[in-house]
Write a protein that binds this ligand. Sequence first.
Ligand code: NQM
Length: 361
Amino acid sequence: MRGGTSRGPFFAASDLPDDVAARDRVLLAVMGSPDARQIDGLGGADPLTSKVGIVSRSSQPGIDLDFLFAQVLVHESRVDTTPNCGNMLAAALPFALETGLVIASSNIARFRVRTVNTGTLADISVAIKDGKPIYAGSAKIDGVPGSASPVNISFLETEGSVCGRLLPTQKRVNRFDGVDVTCVDNGMPVVILRAADVGVTGYESRDVLNANSELKARIEAIRIQAGAAMGLGDVSQKVVPKVTLVAAPRAGGSLCTRTFIPHDCHASIGVLGAVSVATAAVLEGTVAAQVATPLEGHTMNTRAISVEHPTGEFTVNFTLDPLNSSRVIAAELLRTARLIMRGEVFVPATLGNETYGETSR
Ligand code: NQM
């Protein structure tokens, strides 16, 4: 399925091994990792297309579906389920409708989905016909060609999803290696720094930034210090926190971003990465707020932040606590998704100690 600007296979949890180590061996084989080209599997040789969604009915009261996101590393024999992924999440409900995990009869299917990785909740709605998702439509998201039917996602209280606190260092600004940073977690732990402070403009293309190994080494050193200060321990082997370079907007948005996830520059920006950066932009004094121009037209308890990224922009609409305007109650955004194929994926007959007799579906 394509979910937002990401793509990967989705599985019913009941089709995968219960044992986590065995499950990860299967996922690595499915995607063809570790290998730069993922030549022996389905992975797209890029972190954005080396992702897996695992869906099941939730046993929690008031929650319809559980969605587990797995980042399958391209170059390493490792699967990371620490972070959320709001892009892959956009395909979870269409997958559940396709496979009968949930059944809906009206024109709009609206279900509450828990991202198991961090316990984050989201209300998701899609248009349906005869119980199946409608994929064609006029909604456009930057980073995906053409248009499609909207997937509306309303994230509820994503504060401190991985780190336990919205501002995990309890400060709006920290300084590492002489550079001011803001560490935030509103669905995704992100370290935000001014592009100009690390010697770039923040308007460079993804390819130019990916080729800048000096910049990458500098931000990785900052990320490792920030990760420890955010309570995440040694993050050198983890895909969080992400790093976002910010600069003043230049296309009518609120601020301009280039995000590293965490070692490759994102083609656009992650969903919850955007929610976290946009949240920092509404908190006075943060590095993001220092370069941001909020959009006009907000009310007492709503704000819209348009996050510019390498392939366009991403708008996040916030509902703030009326009693405390630095507290986000809900973040709403638009994604699209599409069923690309359905079928069986084959893994090698023997993985570790298990024998799969050639197939795993
Ligand atoms: O931040 C990329 C993506 C993501 C994650 C990443 C995401 C999110 O674009 O919610 O969607 O940050 O690794 O899929």
